[in-house]
Design a protein around this ligand. Structure first.
Ligand code: TXA
Ligand code: MG
Length: 327
C-alpha cells in the first residue's frame, strides 16, 4: 500500500484505524514505527505477524505526553523522571516496571515495559488524536534494516500494514537510546543519538552497559540485526583499498560506503560517500545500506567511521549489520 501524505485528514484516518485494532506505520524522529493500539492484544499480535518477529520480543509504547507515563509504569525512579523532563520528546526509551494492566503481548511476557515520547510532529499529532499508547517497533521485517523513509516501509511490509503515513525522511536515522530503570542501577541497553556520556553527565550516575541477568529479550542486542541481504563487511580505513582491489580481482561486484577514504579505484560499482559529522552520518546510513543492497552486488564494504561516544550508536548498528572485513 503506497504511503499517504501525513495531513490532518490522513492522521485522523490513522487514529481511527488504530482504534479499530489496525496497523499504522508512522514517522518518528528516529525511524518509522509500525504502530498498533498498545492496550489491544489482538492488534499487538498483528504487529508480530506483519514483522515476522517472535512474539516474545517486547515492543516500545509511544505516548503523546510524559503525563501518560503513569498509565503504563509504576515505581518510576527519580532519575528516570529527570531524563523524561530533560530529553522528552526525544530519541530516548525507558524500561520501567509495568503496571498490571499493560498487556503481556506488548512486553513479551516480561514485567517491564519500554516507553517513549517521540519528537516528531506527525507522531505527536497521531498519538494525540489517538489519545493513548501506541506500541511500535521499527517498521521493518524481523532482523532487517530499520526504515527511515515511508517508501522503505512499503518495500518492507507491503500490504501487511493498513496505512503508511509519509512524514519525509527521519532526522535522527538510528533507533532511540534505551535505558533500563527496572533494576537497582540504570543500564544502557541500546546506544542512540543521546549518548552514554550525555546521560551520565546529566544524571551524575554511571550507566551499566550490560544487565547482570542476561534473560532480557532485546532483539536489537542480538548479534545479527539490521542486516542487508548482501554480504556486508566493515573494513578499517587503511584496509579498504586492498579489500576493494582483491574483490575486483575476483570479479566481484562491489559497493562501498566510504567515510573518509577516497578509494583509488574507479572499479567499485557504487560508492556512497558519507558525511563527516556523526549526526548526519546516522541520518543517512540505513538509506545508504538499503540503496546498495537493492543493487544485488556481491559484496558491500563499509569503511569504519571514528570510534567515540558520539559515534557509538552508529558503530553499534554497523557492527550488527556487517561482518569484520579482514585482510
Ligand atoms: O527509535 C525507536 O525506538 C523505534 C521507533 C519506532 O520508536 N522503535 C524501535 O523499536 O526501535 P524496536 O521494537 O525495533 O526495538 C525496541 C527494542 C528492542 O530491542 C526490544 O527488545 C527492546 O526495545 N525492549 C522493549 N521492551 C523491553 C523490555 N521490557 N525490556 C528490555 N528490552 C525491551
Ligand atoms: Mg527494530
Amino acid at each position: 500500500m503506497p504511503p499517504v501524505i501525513a495531513d490532518e485528514k490522513n492522521i485522523a484516518r490513522a487514529a481511527a484505524l488504530l482504534k479499530q485494532g489496525r496497523l499504522v506505520a508512522f514517522p518518528t524522529e528516529t525511524v518509522y514505527g509500525l504502530g498498533a493500539d498498545a492496550s489491544n492484544p489482538e492488534a499487538i499480535k498483528r504487529i508480530f505477524e506483519a514483522k515476522g518477529r517472535p512474539s516474545d520480543h517486547p515492543l516500545i509504547v509511544h505516548i503523546p505526553h510524559a503525563d501518560h507515563l503513569a498509565n503504563w509504569a509504576r515505581n518510576i525512579p527519580d532519575d528516570a523522571k529527570r531524563l523524561t523532563a530533560k530529553f522528552w520528546p526525544g530519541p530516548l526509551a525507558l524500561i520501567l516496571n509495568k503496571k498490571p494492566e499493560v498487556p503481556m503481548e506488548v512486553t513479551g511476557g516480561q514485567q517491564t515495559v519500554a516507553i517513549r515520547m517521540p519528537n516528531h510532529p506527525v507522531a505527536l499529532r497521531l498519538l494525540n488524536a489517538f489519545g493513548g499508547g501506541v506500541a511500535a517497533p521499527s517498521a521493518n521485517r524481523y532482523c532487517r534494516i530499520s526504515p527511515t523513509q515511508a517508501q522503505h516501509v512499503e518495500d518492507e511490509l507491503g500490504d501487511a500494514v493498513d496505512l503508511i503515513l509519509d512524514g519525509g525522511a527521519c532526522q535522527v536515522g538510528v533507533e532511540s537510546t534505551i535505558v533500563d530503570f527496572s533494576t537497582d542501577k540504570p543500564v544502557l541497553l541500546r546506544p542512540g543519538q543521546i549518548s552514554q556520556q550525555t546521560i551520565e553527565a546529566f544524571l551524575q550516575v554511571e550507566l551499566m552497559t550490560h544487565r547482570p541477568d542476561s534473560s532480557v529479550r532485546a532483539p536489537g542486542m542480538m548479534a545479527v540485526h539490521y542486516a542487508p541481504m548482501t554480504l556486508t563487511l566493515l573494513c578499517k580505513a587503511g584496509d579498504l583499498d586492498q579489500i576493494v582491489l582483491d574483490n575486483i580481482k575476483h570479479h566481484k561486484s562491489v559497493g562501498v560506503i566510504a567515510y573518509k577514504q577516497r578509494i583509488n579505484t574507479q572499479a567499485a560499482i557504487q560508492i556512497i560517500t558519507m558525511p563527516q559529522q556523526a549526526d548526519a552520518y546516522a541520518q543517512q546510513i540505513y538509506a545508504a545500506l538499503r540503496e546498495l543492497d537493492r543493487l544485488n552486488l556481491d559484496i558491500i564494504l563499509v569503511e569504519q567511521p571514528p570510534v567515540s561516544d558520539a559515534w557509538s550508536a552508529i558503530n553499534d548498528r554497523l557492527a550488527k549489520a556487517t561482518r569484520p572485513g579482514l585482510i
